[in-house]
Structures are given as structure tokens and as C-alpha cells.
Ligand binder design. Structure first.
Ligand code: 8GP
Length: 826
């Protein structure tokens, strides 16, 4: 029976208002246990309880979700579409409880059913649909969009296998497949009726239609169907519940049938398998690009489905095609969705019949591009043959965009052909390749970097010619992270103290944490602050013990570096310092250094040999240091395996020191740095990415700064950098490198770490040795500050107090104001 949505909504809304108490939750959990899990309490597994609770919470979201979707359809609003190949959303249950404001009720309900809420939450599989910073940023932004009640849809790919699980065997990283869907996903609603076809391969054909208009038809070699898989995104204590729509690829039935008719059963099945492969797995590469055909197919697939979906929604709203850019603005999260420039043009020209000029105007007004990296090896390009084979029609459109664009450049700069070839969408210097960052820039009305320094460097280096041509299109929006997940949810002890001190409003307005400043020197307050940190450290110590078998002392300084493993992030600089410390302590056991526990976490791209070697080195150092009785009570080293959103919840709140030590100019922003800061963690860092702004906000006296500036790095590299000079000048450094090369940290095998040591002493592309001495000196200042608890705690309180800027709510407001023309609404 069809239900009338207009009558359903008020009734359901009424029900939901009564559904947010512990009794009704308890009732629903029991009911769902039977009706969805087919279990009764006595035999229910912990996972059954998780599912029953998750479904009960989801029901409470659905009412708001339906109303939100209805209101966007009915009202004259602009909708922000966040296009991203990655959404690292993390576990959903706890976050939804916090945002609905029913965490305490859920705890009570589960207790009444004999279950511990934390234990139940711990069972949730993490949807690892992202690599790191970029994917997690997208998830934080969805949280803020919903919280600020801004009309928004997240569009991406519903990978069957997310980022690999990292296991550590004999000190090496081993990748295991991430079967996150094995036990079902209670948060997902599959919508078989929301599906689109996407073309691949074949050729194009020009014709004149009945009205005498010139049209191009794309005769595809095959098609894949994209099916919408939706996840509700509930805002914090508001009625708005937005949508994350991820596309799952399926075979197109008619293709199977055609093959069946000629009796090619295996051919039909193969087609099905190939189609389903598209959304099978996330590419586990963090920065460097690898030009895989399937990756390009994934990008085009999700972009095309998303744009087709937007066109359908436009029609549903009763709006004409000319209004597309008034109703939608699409933010391209890096270049992965940048094929949207060509695809939107194709849909407007070939499917909607618009003229080029009008289509181009709509495309540019509808699209905006965020750049996340300056590393040249990370800028996406696609070889022409591969591109043409897969996407012949989009390629024709790219050629035409390029022709018109280069005409414009030539008009502005007559005779400057070197500029023309620098700016072209096609790199003709070697084998011809499409530059996706240029495509995204030319097709967008706004281009932004993700921290002040990064945006400046973007304008001065990678996109310099474009910034000269269109200065008004370039912006900065410094990244932010959601305080709901990264403070309220993951650090409940601190959250309670913040509630009591500055009032609960901080969760939706993080600048209110400034109210803490008045308490920074209050001894009693400092004591409570420390007690919370210590409890978090004890909890992390337990996790470390169960994950690695290493016992760590919560009284030690927890010095933590968690992020993807990459040479530019310089985990090896940290490792060199640990080796030096180890040697110092062996030589001078009486040294008055504070006990330290170094914790590392992060995945290496499976094909990135140097990054994997760095993991092995850290584990080698850990093995030696942790088993040396002389280091007992002085030094511990831990590599925490499989760092992900879930383990991050335990790590950020328990840290004392946050390592943000990338080579200046290389880290676009960083967001882990912000999560640490909110949790009262002091930063040791370079002037890179958002560290610059973190230091500005915290105050220079509350930040441990070291290292070369971005201009120094650039100059050194230009003028010729000689890492060996630093080795000669610094005995401690030389000895540390020699010890590593000797095989001391790999049971005497001297050949394994040699490439790493040679790389450092000969090239050191990321200037670790140039920054080494200053880093060590800075660590001595850290040690001194730690030995004075009142000073340290004051700095810690002030870091939390001044972290307001780094809320993703601020970032989303800026996107709304400067780029989308979209304000928070009710
Ligand atoms: C990262 C940047 O490296 C980081 O500095 C920044 O904070 C973050 O994006 C969010 O802006 N970039 C990536 O994660 C990235 O390029 N990932 C590739 C896998 C696509």
C-alpha cells in the first residue's frame, strides 16, 4: 500500500519526539532483536545487540531525513554537493547518539538490557572508505553541513572493500582486505530505483537532429549501472538530517540479455563481473598517483551518476535546466572528481541540447575546486590513449574547452607560447597527458587551498599562471575538523569539564572554549585537567597492550605521531631522534630526561617501499628499546597497528605531544594537528600547513617550533642541498645513522635499512637532516616544559581554549559565504 508522505511526516515526527527516551529505545532494541536479527535476549550475540541498537537509532534518524529531503525538494534553496572519491566516515553509532542527544538514554537502555554501551559500540565495523586526511575532511564537512542546517548532499563511491587493514608481521606491514560489509551495514539504505547508466568506450557520431541542430551521440562499447546507497547524516541537535549518497556499480541487465540471446552465458556473466568490479575497492594510495584505468573508470562512474542525479532532482523540483547552477553548487574534493567539468558539459550539450556558451556558463558557475596537495608527483594526469579508449566523448569536450581556453590565453598574452603550453589542459612535453588540476581550475568559478600557507604557495607555484589570469577566483579556506566526533564523542571526560566550565554551547560554537583561558592558572582546575588526561592515557595504555603486547607507563610523556607514513611527513626524523636518545641514555644513565613513550601509527601505500621500510625501522627500534632493561622507565616505542578513525578516538585524547614535523611547504594543511590541539595536546612542529595558524591561535609561547621555513626549503633545494654536511657536523646524528645501517635494529641484518640510510645521506629529498639539530634542540625545550606540570598544563588548557578556529563549522561557513553563496538555515 502506498503511504502518503505528507500525512506520514507529521505523525512520524510526533513519534520520533517520543522516541528519544530510554524506555522507548529499550523497547525498540528488544523488538529489533527479534524482528531484524531473529534472536531473543538469552542467545543474542554482542553483535546482535549492536545491530538491534543501530537499527533503533537509525529509525530515529529516518523521520528527520525524510522531512529534510522533503523540505529541500519543496523550497527554493541552493544545495551544496560535495563530490569526493573518499568519505572516511568512521563508526556511526556513537556519533549519531551524540548528535541526537541520546547517548545517556542509550546507555541506560542498554544497561537495563544487561549490555554495556561502550562494549556494544566497539563492535561496529569501520567504513574505511578513504585513505586519510582528504577522506576524513569530507566526513567532517558533512557533519558540519548538517549541523549548520545547510542543504547538502555528499556524493561518492560505495566501495565494497575500503582501505586495507594493516597487520604487522615480524615488524613489516602486511595488507589484509577490509571486509567491512561482511556482517551487514545497518546505516545504509539501498535505493534500487535511483540508478543511472554510465557509458564507457566505443566511439562518437555526429548528426543533425529533427530540428536541424547539430548533436553528438556517444555509441558506447559498454554501460555500467550505478545504484544509490544512502547513509543519513544527522546534524548536532538539529532537525536536519542530510544524505551521503554513494554509488554501487552493477551490470546493466539489457547487456546480459543480449548475450544470452546469442547463447553466450559466460560472456554475460563476465560482463556482470566487470561491471561490479568498478566499485569493488578503494585505491590505497595516499599521495602519489598511479594512472590505473580502473581508477579513472571509478572517477567517471561516480561523477556521472552524481551529475545525472542532480539533473533528476532539478526536474523533480520543477526547475528548468537553465537554473542548474542556481540550485546546485558542486565542490570538487581534489582532482578525483574533476572529470565533472567535461561530464556536466556533455550532459548539458548532448542530453539537454544546450548551446556551448550557455552550457559553459552553467558549468563554471556550478563547480568549485579544492586543491589538497602541491607535491608534483601527486598531481593527477591521464595518458591520452587510456583516456580516449575509456571516455571518447568527454575527451572531445576537453579538447574543445582547451581550444577556447588557449585562445583566451593567447589573446591576453600574444606571442607567449611558453605560457600557452604551461597552461594547456594537455601536457605535450612527453607522451601526451591530460592535466586534471588544470581542467578543474578552468572549469570552476572558485579554486581554494586548505590552509593559508598552502593557498599562497598554490597561487605562487602550481597554479601561478591561472592565479595571474583570474586572481578573483582564488581563495583560502583553512581546513577544520568536527568537535562532535573529535572532542565530545572521543573525550567524554574532558567534554564534561568543558560543559561545566563554559557551558554546553561549545559543541556547536567552538569559539566559546575561549572561556577556559580564565582558568588556565587555577591550580584546582589544572588538577582536574590532568586527571582527565591521565585517565585517557590509562585507557590508551590498555589498548596499546592488547594491540601490541607492550606495557607502557601512563606517567610517561606520550609523544605521538599518527598519520599516513610518507617521507614528507618525516616519521624517520622522529625515529632518528629516538635512536639518538637511546644512545644518550645508554651512555649516560643518570641523564635527567623525563620518561617518554613514543607512539606511531599510520598506513603506508602498499607500493611505497620506503614508507614500508620506515615502518620496519620503527618496529625494529621498538623491539630493541623495549627489551633493553636499561631503558625501563625511561623510553618506550610503540607502533600502533591499523590506525583508523576508531583507534583515533582513543589516541588523540591521550596524547601529550603532537608531532607535526613535515618539511615546510609540503603538508597542505594537516587535520590531525587540529584534533590533537582540541584535546589539549601541545604541538612540536614546523611552519607548515595549518601549523602556522595553530601557532598563531595558540600563541607562539604555547607551541614548540623548529625547522626551516618554506622559502629556505625551496632555496636550499634550488641551490643544491648536501645532506652529508649535516652528518659530518653532528656526531650524534652520524652515530644514529651508523647504528641503523649496522643492522642493530634488525637482529644484525645490516642490508635491510641501508637504502634508507643511503637515501638520507645522499639525497634526503625532504631535508630531514637539515632540520635534525633544530628538532633535537626543540625536543629539549619540550622536556623542560614537561618537567614543570603547572607550565605544561597551562599550555595544554590554552591550546584547547584557542582551538575554536579549527572547527569544521567555521570552515563550512567560509565555503558557504565565499564560494557557494549559501548560508546556514533552519
Ligand atoms: C591531504 C593533505 O596531505 C593534508 O595536508 C590535508 O590536511 C588533507 O588532504 C585535507 O585537506 N591529502 C590527501 O589526503 C590526499 O591527497 N589523498 C589522496 C588519496 C587522495
Amino acid at each position: 500500500m502506498a503511504t502518503n508522505p505528507t500525512t506520514l511526516a507529521p505523525r512520524a515526527a510526533e513519534a520520533s519526539r517520543h522516541g528519544l527516551d530510554s524506555e522507548s529505545l529499550q523497547r525498540d532494541v528488544l523488538e529489533n532483536l527479534v524482528s531484524l536479527q531473529a534472536r531473543y535476549p538469552a542467545i543474542a550475540t554482542p553483535h546482535d545487540w549492536y545491530m538491534a541498537l543501530a537499527y533503533s537509532v537509525r529509525d530515529r534518524l529516518l523521520v528527520r531525513w525524510v522531512e529534510t529531503v522533503q523540505s529541500y525538494a519543496a523550497r527554493d534553496v541552493r544545495i551544496a554537493c560535495y563530490l569526493s572519491a573518499e568519505f572516511l566516515i568512521g563508526p556511526q553509532l556513537g556519533n549519531n547518539l551524540v548528535n541526537l542527544g541520546i547517548e545517556a538514554d542509550a546507555r541506560e537502555a542498554m544497561l537495563a538490557l544487561g549490555q554495556d554501551l561502550d562494549a556494544v559500540m566497539a563492535l561496529e565495523e569501520e567504513p574505511g572508505l578513504g585513505n586519510g586526511g582528504l577522506g576524513r575532511l569530507a566526513a567532517c564537512y558533512l557533519d558540519s553541513l548538517a549541523t549548520l542546517e545547510m542543504p547538502a548532499i555528499g556524493y561518492g563511491i560505495r566501495y565494497e572493500f575500503g582501505i586495507f587493514r594493516q597487520a604487522i608481521r615480524d615488524g613489516w606491514q602486511v595488507e589484509e582486505t577490509d571486509k567491512w560489509l561482511q556482517k551487514g551495514n545497518p546505516w545504509e539504505i539501498v535505493r534500487p530505483e535511483v540508478a543511472y547508466y554510465v557509458n564507457f568506450g566505443g566511439h562518437t557520431h555526429s548528426e543533425t537532429d529533427a530540428e536541424g541542430r547539430f548533436r553528438v551521440r556517444w555509441i558506447a562499447a559498454n554501460q555500467v549501472k550505478g545504484v544509490a546507497c544512502d547513509t543519513p547524516v544527522q546534524g548536532y541537535r538539529v532537525e536536519t538530517c542530510n544524505t551521503l549518497r554513494l554509488w554501487r556499480s552493477e551490470a546493466v541487465e539489457s547487456f546480459d540479455l543480449a548475450d544470452f540471446n546469442v547463447g553466450d552465458y559466460y560472456g554475460a556473466v563476465e560482463q556482470k563481473v566487470v561491471s561490479e568490479t568498478l566499485s569493488k575497492v578503494l585505491y590505497p594510495n595516499d599521495e602519489p598517483e598511479m594512472g590505473k584505468r580502473l581508477r579513472l573508470a571509478q572517477q567517471y562512474f561516480f561523477v556521472s551518476c552524481s551529475l545525472q542525479d542532480m539533473l533528476r532532482l532539478l526536474q523533480q523540483k520543477g526547475e528548468p535546466i537553465e537554473r542548474f547552477a542556481d540550485v546546485f553548487v558542486a565542490q570538487l574534493n581534489d582532482t578525483h572528481p574533476s572529470i565533472a567539468v567535461a561530464e556536466l558539459m556533455r550532459l548539458l550539450l548532448d542530453e539537454c541540447g544546450l548551446q556551448w556558451g550557455q552550457a559553459w556558463d552553467i558549468t563554471q558557475r556550478a563547480l568549485a575546486y579544492t586543491n589538497h596537495t602541491l607535491l608534483p608527483e601527486a598531481l593527477e594526469t591521464w595518458g591520452l590513449p587510456l583516456f580516449r579508449g575509456l571516455l571518447p566523448r568527454p575527451l572531445e569536450i576537453i579538447y574543445e574547452i582547451n581550444r577556447r581556453f588557449l585562445d583566451e590565453v593567447r589573446q591576453r598574452h600574444p606571442g607567449d607560447e611558453s605560457r600557452v603550453s604551461r597552461m594547456s589542459l594537455i601536457d605535450e612535453s612527453g607522451d601526451r597527458r591530460i592535466r586534471m588540476a588544470h581542467l578543474a581550475t578552468v572549469g570552476s568559478h572558485a579554486i581554494n587551498g586548505v590552509a593559508a600557507l598552502h593557498s599562497t604557495l598554490l597561487r605562487e607555484t602550481v597554479l601561478r599562471d591561472f592565479a595571474e589570469l583570474w586572481p578573483e577566483r582564488f581563495h583560502n579556506v583553512t581546513n577544520g575538523v568536527t568537535p562532535r566526533r573529535f572532542l565530545a564523542l572521543c573525550n567524554p571526560g574532558l567534554a564534561r569539564l568543558l560543559d561545566q566550565t563554559v557551558g554546553e554551547g561549545w559543541i556547536a560554537d567552538l569559539t566559546r572554549l575561549r572561556g577556559l583561558e580564565a582558568h588556565a592558572d587555577d591550580e584546582a582546575f589544572q588538577q582536574r585537567w590532568r586527571a582527565i588526561k591521565n585517565a585517557n592515557k590509562e585507557a590508551l595504555a590498555k589498548h596499546i597492550h592488547s594491540a601490541t603486547g607492550v606495557a607502557v607507563d601512563p606517567r610517561a610523556l606520550f609523544d605521538i605521531q599518527v598519520k599516513r607514513i610518507h617521507e614528507y611527513k618525516r616519521q624517520h626524523l622522529n625515529a632518528l631522534y629516538i635512536v639518538a636518545l637511546y644512545q644518550r641514555l645508554r651512555r649516560e644513565p643518570q641523564l635527567a630526561l623525563a620518561p617518554r613513550c613514543f607512539v606511531f601509527g599510520g598506513k603506508a601505500a602498499p607500493g611505497y617501499a620506503m614508507a614500508k621500510l620506515i615502518i620496519r625501522l620503527i618496529n625494529g627500534i621498538a623491539e630493541v628499546v623495549n627489551n633493553d632493561p636499561a631503558m625501563e622507565g625511561r623510553l618506550k616505542v610503540v607502533f600502533f597497528p591499523n590506525f583508523n578513525v576508531k583507534s583515533a578516538h582513543h589516541i588523540y585524547p591521550a596524547a601529550d605531544l603532537s608531532e607535526q614535523i613535515s618539511t615546510a611547504g609540503k603538508e597542505a594543511s594537516g587535520t590531525g594537528n587540529m584534533k590533537f590541539m582540541m584535546n589539549g595536546v601541545l604541538t612540536i612542529g614546523t611552519l607548515d600547513g595549518a601549523n602556522v595558524e595553530i601557532r598563531e591561535e595558540a600563541g607562539a609561547e604555547n607551541f614548540f617550533l623548529f625547522g626551516l621555513h618554506a622559502q629556505d626549503v625551496e632555496r636550499l633545494q634550488r641551490e643544491g642541498y648536501r645532506p652529508a654536511d649535516h652528518v659530518t657536523a653532528n656526531d650524534e646524528l652520524r652515530e644514529a645513522l651508523e647504528l641503523i645501517a649496522s643492522g642493530h635494529f634488525l637482529r644484525g641484518q645490516s642490508d635491510v635499512f641501508r637504502p634508507l640510510v643511503e637515501n638520507l645521506t645522499q639525497w634526503d629529498h625532504f631535508l630531514a637532516l637539515a632540520d635534525y639539530a633544530d628538532y633535537v634542540a626543540c625536543q629539549a625545550r619540550v622536556d623542560a616544559a614537561w618537567q614543570d606540570p603547572a607550565t605544561w598544563t597551562r599550555m595544554s588548557i590554552l591550546n584547547t581554549a584557542r582551538s575554536g578556529k579549527f572547527s569544521s563549522d567555521r570552515a563550512i561557513r567560509e565555503y558557504g559565504d565565499r564560494i557557494w553563496g549559501l548560508a546556514p538555515m533552519k
